[in-house]
Write a protein that binds this ligand. Sequence first.
Ligand SMILES: O=C(O)CCC(=O)C(=O)O
Length: 207
Amino acid sequence: MRSRQLRLNFNKSLSVNPSNSFASRYLNGSCSNLSVISPFANKSSAIPKVPRVAAGAVPWHQDKSYWPDSNANPVITVWISFVDATLENGCLHIKPRTQNKKLLEWHAESYTGTSYTALHDHQLGSRKTIALPIKAGTAILFNDRVLHMSTPNNTDHVRWSVDLRYQSTDQDPMPQHGVGFLARSAKFPGRVATLVDWLAEKMEHEE
Ligand SMILES: O=C(O)CCC(=O)C(=O)O
């Protein structure tokens, strides 16, 4: 993370003030050189994992498969669960130490109706899968090469979570995947986008 600014691109369907978002608070003070992006209108931000619905299970993938054309590296996902994420309601699972992998050839799965990007079993390697059950309010951070998935929700409640994506401002802002905005900046704090800027899809505040 080289840049000293923070850009946030947040899906408007999640109606919170993005500059005051959970992720910004999590990262406040510790990772001042990040930007948040949420380049997908439907695949990011607020995720209601509905019980016993096929689309609730997210197949093995690398997030970069959703922006393969972008020169953005790394993009960091901050995944925050609003409820306890458990083995039963579909917590995240990862393949550890895959953060430096190249982007693998993916395909669009056809069984959930969502066309998630997906990897075949033979592409997953021999590393043991690690399940990540977490308490509500916990954040999991991972980059866009890490192999991860989530299992179906076999409970009777919705597993709510958000995934927020951060990238350094000296990277390709990937406008073709959604408009980002400056969320923090040590050097130019006056340029940090306000809620009004965000609603107007402005990347920065005009001083
Ligand atoms: O929330 C989930 O179940 C999966 C999230 C995911 O795969 C991601 O954030 O890339």
